[in-house]
Design a protein around this ligand. Structure first.
Ligand code: NAP
Length: 234
C-alpha cells in the first residue's frame, strides 16, 4: 500500500521522557518549543499527526463536540471538508471524542481518523464544522490503512508524527516510521512513570526493536542536540 514518508519528530530529556510538566521553573521550556518548531518547519512536510490525548491537552481547547442526531444515518465513507487544503493536521481519535473551534490548526486543515463504531452524531458534528474524516477499522484504528488513505484521498506524500508516546509506539511497532527527528534536551528527568518517546501498548504483539542509522547530529542553542536517524527497514 502506498503511504506517506513518516518522520517522527519529538523533544525529550536525556532519559527519553517527553512530559515537560514536571520540569522546574528555571528550565527554558519556551526556548525548547521554539527550537522544536524551527526543526519541524525545516522538514517542510504536508502535515503532522497527533494522538487524541496530546490533542486534548495541547490543541482542542477543552471544547466538547455538540452532538445532535442527524435526520438520516450517515454512511461510513470518507468526508472531505476542504478540497483546496494543502497542509493537514491529522487527529487519531478512534471514538470521536474531540471538539474543535474550527476546521484547521494554525492553517493546517483538520482530518479526523476514526473507527466505524463512532456515532452518527459525531460525524454530523464534523460535517457541520467542515472537518474532514476517514475511517480506518471497525473498533480500533488500523494505522496502516489510515496512512494509505492520507496518500490516496489527500495526496499526502510526507508527514510528521508528533506524539505522544503511545501513538509513536504503535507507529513504530507497525513499522510505519521512516525517520526520527529527536531534540535531546539537557534534562535528566528520572521520573520512573513518565512517558518516553515510544510506548508500545502491552496489548500489542511487540515486534523486534527498530535499528537506526544516525544521519545527522547538530548542536543547537541552549545545549540542545538535534539527532536525525533513518530506520533500517526489515
Ligand atoms: N515532548 C514532545 O515532543 C511531545 C510531543 C507530543 C506530545 N507530548 C506529550 O505526550 C503526552 C500524551 O501522550 P500519550 O502517549 O498519553 O497519548 P497520545 O499518544 O497523544 O494519544 C494516545 C491516544 O491516541 C488514540 N489512538 C488511536 N489509535 C491508536 C493507536 N493505534 N495507538 C495508540 N494510540 C491510539 C487513543 O485515543 P482513545 O483513548 O480516545 O482511544 C490513545 O489513547 C502529553 O502530555 C503531551 O504533552 C510530548
Amino acid at each position: 500500500m502506498d503511504r506517506p514518508y513518516i518522520i517522527c519528530h519529538m523533544a525529550c530529556s536525556i532519559d527519553g521522557k517527553i512530559i515537560f510538566d514536571n520540569w522546574g521553573g528555571d528550565i527554558p521550556k519556551e526556548k525548547y518549543s521554539e527550537l522544536y518548531n524551527m526543526c519541524h518547519d525545516a522538514y517542510n512536510t504536508q502535515g503532522w499527526i497527533l494522538g487524541r490525548v496530546s490533542l486534548e491537552k495541547d490543541f482542542s481547547e477543552g471544547i466538547k463536540p455538540e452532538l445532535i442526531k442527524p435526520s438520516a444515518p450517515i454512511k461510513r465513507e470518507p468526508f472531505v471538508g476542504n478540497r483546496q487544503a494543502q497542509t493537514f493536521a491529522v487527529a487519531i481519535d478512534t471514538r470521536g471524542k474531540l471538539g474543535w473551534p474550527g476546521n484547521e490548526i494554525g492553517g493546517d486543515h483538520l482530518i479526523a481518523v476514526l473507527a466505524e463504531q463512532v456515532s452518527d452524531e459525531y460525524l454530523a458534528y464534523l460535517q457541520r464544522k467542515s472537518i474532514s474524516y476517514i475511517f480506518a477499522g471497525v473498533n480500533e484504528v488500523d494505522l496502516k490503512l489510515a496512512m494509505a488513505q492520507l496518500t490516496e484521498i489527500f495526496s499526502i506524500r510526507k508527514i510528521m508524527l508528533e506524539g505522544g508516546g503511545c501513538l509513536n509506539g504503535s507507529f513504530l511497532n507497525d513499522g510505519l516510521i521512516d525517520e526520527i527527528s529527536l531534540l535531546l534536551l539537557p534534562i535528566a528527568d528520572g521520573m520512573p512513570k513518565t512517558q518516553t518517546v515510544f510506548e508500545v501498548s502491552p496489548s500489542l504483539r511487540k515486534n523486534p526493536a527498530a535499528q537506526l542509522q544516525l544521519i545527522k547530529a547538530e548542536q543547537l542553542d541552549n545545549d540542545v542536540l538535534w539527532l536525525k536517524y533513518k530506520i533500517n527497514s526489515a
